[in-house]
Design a binder for this molecule. Structure first.
Ligand SMILES: CC(C)(COP(=O)(O)OP(=O)(O)OC[C@H]1O[C@@H](n2cnc3c(N)ncnc32)[C@H](O)[C@@H]1OP(=O)(O)O)[C@@H](O)C(=O)NCCC(=O)NCCS
Length: 198
């Protein structure tokens, strides 16, 4: 039985990698057509939705992994990754060596994600409140996520937040205010729990 399990795991892996290569080709073609800057060696497991508003900028570095298929990550991906710029002059920049699973990124103004960032499954990063015609909406405000940040499963990061380098955001947190570097922060609203250097 162990042998059968091994073979099934191997087939699973081969199929995942095969479909990844096909999806990746399609994403690169789409990026080319939409004038999205994308460097080499990114991997796309499952279909990513990418929407670029006219005159906005999207740039994606290298060696990032985007998991959009339901079974592309055993933690359970509830939805595809969605990357969007939603106004003219919006500027969305994703660095290098980062991972995203079912992550939705809505950029109205500016979102910068550094390098080596682990973004957990089913996460949301949005720098505006949508419904801008409704005066209860706040004003869009940039989001900056530093290098080596780890964002847990189900986290939501709202407008105007900067997360400093190396910090960890606990699963399910809602981040509404800045989080400094080198801390573990969690909760709703997300607060610093301890310094990682202590
Ligand atoms: C960030 C994390 C790794 C930290 O783990 P840890 O260092 O072992 O933290 P602890 O379990 O010791 O918790 C420390 C305190 O933070 C609190 N805490 C931990 N995670 C929390 C969360 N997600 N939300 C709110 N509070 C949390 C604990 O209740 C504890 O509080 P207390 O000291 O008052 O009892 C862990 O909390 C976490 O979120 N794990 C899930 C990571 C994840 O999503 N992985 C998959 C996607 S990449």
């Amino acid at each position: 039985m162990t042998m059968v399990n091994r073979i099934l795991n191997r087939i699973d892996l081969i199929l995942n990698e095969l479909f990844m290569k096909i999806y990746t080709i399609f994403v690169y073609i789409e990026c080319k057509l939409k004038n999205i800057e994308i460097e080499n060696n990114n991997k796309f497991y499952g279909r990513l939705k990418i929407f670029k508003s006219n005159n906005s900028m999207i740039s994606i570095g290298h060696f990032n992994v985007f998991r959009s298929g339901k079974f592309s990550n055993l933690i359970g991906v509830n939805r595809p990754c969605i990357i969007s710029t939603l106004s003219e002059n919006a500027n969305l920049k994703i660095g290098n060596n980062s991972g995203f699973s079912g992550t939705v990124i809505n950029c109205f103004l500016e979102i910068k994600i550094g390098n080596n960032v682990m973004v957990g499954a089913n996460t949301l990063i949005m720098d505006g409140d949508w419904h801008q015609e409704d005066n209860r909406s706040g004003v869009a405000n940039p989001i900056i996520i530093g290098n080596n940040v780890w964002i847990g499963e189900g986290v939501k990061i709202l407008k105007g937040v900067t997360i400093g380098e190396n910090s960890v955001i606990g699963a399910g947190s809602i981040v509404t205010r800045n989080i400094p570097s080198n801390v573990f922060a969690a909760g709703n609203p997300c607060k610093v729990i301890r310094n990682l250097n202590d």
